[in-house]
Unconditional design. Structure first.
Ligand code: OGA
Ligand code: MN
Length: 209
């Protein structure tokens, strides 16, 4: 049975027309809470590493661009909370493929912890040398996030970055957007901020040049 708590058809229509969608209470409170507990447990076990930018040879730690720490979910795929999350996200992938013909084949995702003061400056998610990342997913795990705590994702809605929306990283909120189209940033968080960020990938993707 699907764990999704929203109308998938409506989400697909919105993605088709706008290229982005914000879904509050996307998964059940139980799945969300279990995922939060799992994230904190593996964080406390010291399994995270400081995030880098770029990929492969171009990877570098750039603390002036981003200051979060991450743990790829494939490292902790046996955790029941992670399995429940992946199953729900798979349902979304199937629906997106049926509705939008994006040809998505897999989701790669990581837990992210932004310690107090952490941020991620304005960027696009698609790598210069790999265009497989197609649809970005961000799922938040912060119960009762206070507005004064910052940490919103600022999603720019046009190519000139004149128009934007700020979304609070409240537990249960899922944000989806086309990875190559939408600039975005994470405003400085004034308290610890937890999320699962991922990318649905198309097959291939490595550019031939
Ligand atoms: C990212 C990212 C947004 C967020 O990890 O690439 O933009 O709200 N995350 O955590
Ligand atoms: Mn991003």
């Amino acid at each position: 049975m699907s764990q999704l708590q929203f109308d998938l058809d409506h989400v697909i229509d919105t993605l088709a027309s706008e290229g982005w969608v914000v879904i509050p209470h996307a998964l059940s409170a139980a799945i969300t809470a279990n995922l939060r507990t799992a994230c904190l447990e593996v964080w406390q076990q010291g399994l995270f590493h400081e995030a880098a930018t770029g990929r492969a040879d171009g990877q570098a730690r750039r603390a002036e661009i981003r200051s979060d720490s991450v743990l790829w979910l494939d490292q902790v795929a046996a955790l029941p909370a992670v399995q429940a999350y992946n199953a729900a996200m798979d349902d979304i992938m199937q629906a997106v493929n049926r509705g939008l013909y994006l040809g998505l084949v897999e989701l790669e995702s990581h837990f992210a912890v932004y310690p107090e003061g952490a941020f991620y400056k304005k960027h696009l998610d698609r790598f210069q040398d790999d265009d497989a990342r197609t649809l970005t997913t961000v799922f938040y795990l912060n119960e009762a996030w206070p507005q004064q705590a910052g940490g919103q994702i600022r999603l720019y809605l046009d190519a000139d970055c004149r128009e934007f929306i700020d979304v609070e990283p409240e537990a249960g909120t899922l944000v989806l957007f086309l990875s190559d189209r939408f600039w975005h940033e994470v405003l400085p968080a004034r308290q610890q901020r937890l999320s699962v960020t991922g990318w649905y990938r198309r097959r291939g993707g490595n550019m031939p040049w």
